[in-house]
Design a protein around this ligand. Structure first.
Ligand SMILES: Cc1ncc(COP(=O)(O)O)c(C=O)c1O
Length: 431
């Protein structure tokens, strides 16, 4: 049944929003106004219920308003909200990090705490520059690392994000192996082309490159999965040139792809890792991880006010426990396979599905005008999302014309099947 999304309540809120909220935010919610959420479902102010295939942008990995997290937050609220951890010692943030370190490869044994993805990338960037004394960084075309000036300098996803903000930090952008859209016959040729370009960049600024920032799977840029040996070969090149390999796992981390870090899927050990989004269990948090020898900056060289916030650490800690207890990584891998199977069947049936790619529950469906020309179909993406929403499924886009599927890692097989029925109906209605 078609939902009445834009009723009088939502219209009123949207009107007020347009008057008093910065319109730099990117909203295309088709009139949907959030009211509350529980588990895998979101409810709007008109009383409609939706299956959430966005996890509120890869944050709600353990589902919305998780009971264990709420319990931990309530308990902490009674004890205190903020302890100025960057200025005073405190138990909870230290224990949170101690727990987090058991989820990641052992060489990552030091953490810097902050409040967002962009901050956790900034910290990685600054840490690499501090440690190496070097100035340049390499980042990728289509990359998204955040919007503060250091991270934005590396971001290269949509032109509007950088428009009017130059000059940037000294960054060299190099191609990412976007197999579907690059003119190569094989994955190997595509990988080699990109690695050659990176090698050229490394040689051009030889001796003055601190690090390379890379998303294991590009997120905002279009859920682009590189060939499985790309990261390993890239890391090897970094070692050869003494360049730090920094993995931005803000979106791909916290079991989204099946393993805690997506880097594990590609068999690489990053020198520095940036986490955020799901790590705070729904409360803002950023964590930058590295080996103690790399995180060697001295007192005062990087800090903040809210890093190690008590509510965020309580929520983050409960969230880690929940992920482990309910084996959410295994569920992500299992449901991801199920989704890929159904999506590949849909790809055979519909001319507008050009490509289906992903790992675990980080899956992109590239929508095109026709399979042969691969022309982007931006408007069709919007139509499909709108019709899906009207049928009770929330979807996000990514890149130029990609539907991104990143549901909570708690979804069930029944919900996967239900979501794919809705998606197919929405496609039929939109083409
Ligand atoms: C890979 C990646 N890095 C960094 C960021 C920036 O995170 P935030 O919006 O919390 O600053 C994002 C946000 O989407 C992201 O996907």
């Amino acid at each position: 049944m078609k939902k009445d999304i834009q009723g009088s309540k939502s219209r009123k809120i949207i009107e007020l929003d347009k008057k008093i909220i910065s319109q730099s935010y990117h909203r295309d919610s088709f009139g949907f106004v959030y009211d509350h959420a529980k588990g895998d479902y979101i409810y709007d102010v008109e009383g409609n219920k939706y299956l959430d295939f966005t996890a509120s942008v890869a944050v709600a990995n353990i589902g919305h308003a998780n009971d264990e997290v709420i319990k931990a937050i309530k308990k902490q609220v009674e004890k205190g909200l903020h302890c100025a951890f960057p200025d005073f010692y405190a138990e909870l943030p230290v224990h949170f990090v101690e727990k987090l370190l058991t989820f990641v490869p052992p060489h990552l044994n030091n953490a810097f705490l902050s409040n967002s993805g962009t901050e956790s990338v900034e910290a990685a960037y600054k840490c690499a520059r501090w440690h190496t004394y070097k100035k340049w960084f390499i980042a990728f075309e289509h990359a998204f690392h955040g919007r503060t000036m250091g991270s934005l300098s590396m971001t290269n996803s949509k032109p509007v994000q950088r428009e009017r903000y130059a000059p940037f930090m000294p960054i060299i952008h190099v191609p990412f192996p976007y197999i579907y859209r690059m003119p190569f016959a094989t994955e190997e040729e595509c990988t080699q082309y990109c690695l050659d370009k990176i090698e050229q960049a490394m040689q051009k600024h030889h001796g003055d490159i601190a690090g390379i920032m890379v998303e294991p799977i590009q997120g905002e840029g279009g859920y682009i999965v590189p060939p499985m040996d790309f990261h390993r070969r890239l890391k090897k090149m970094c070692e050869k040139h003494s360049i730090l390999y920094c993995a931005d796992e803000v979106q791909s981390g916290c079991f989204r792809t099946g393993t805690f870090l997506a880097s594990e899927q590609f068999n690489v050990k990053p020198d520095i890792v940036s986490l955020s989004k799901a790590i705070g269990g729904g409360i803002p948090m950023g964590v930058t991880l590295a080996n103690k020898q790399i995180m060697d900056w001295k007192q005062g060289s990087h800090s903040n006010t809210f890093g190690g916030n008590l509510i965020a650490c309580a929520a983050g800690s409960a969230s880690l426990d929940y992920m482990k207890k309910y084996k959410l990584g295994e569920n992500a891998a299992r449901q991801g396979k199920e989704l890929m199977k159904i999506l590949n069947e849909l790809k055979e049936k519909y001319e507008c599905i050009g490509d289906v790619r992903g790992l675990g529950l980080m899956i992109g469906v590239e929508i095109v005008k026709d399979k042969r020309t691969k022309e982007h179909a931006e408007e069709l993406v919007n139509e499909i999302r709108k019709h899906a929403l009207q049928k009770g499924l929330i979807l996000l886009e990514a890149g130029k014309s990609v539907i991104r599927l990143c549901p909570p890692l708690t979804i069930t097989k029944e919900e996967v099947v239900q979501a794919m029925h809705i998606l197919e109906d929405a496609i039929k209605q939109s083409i």
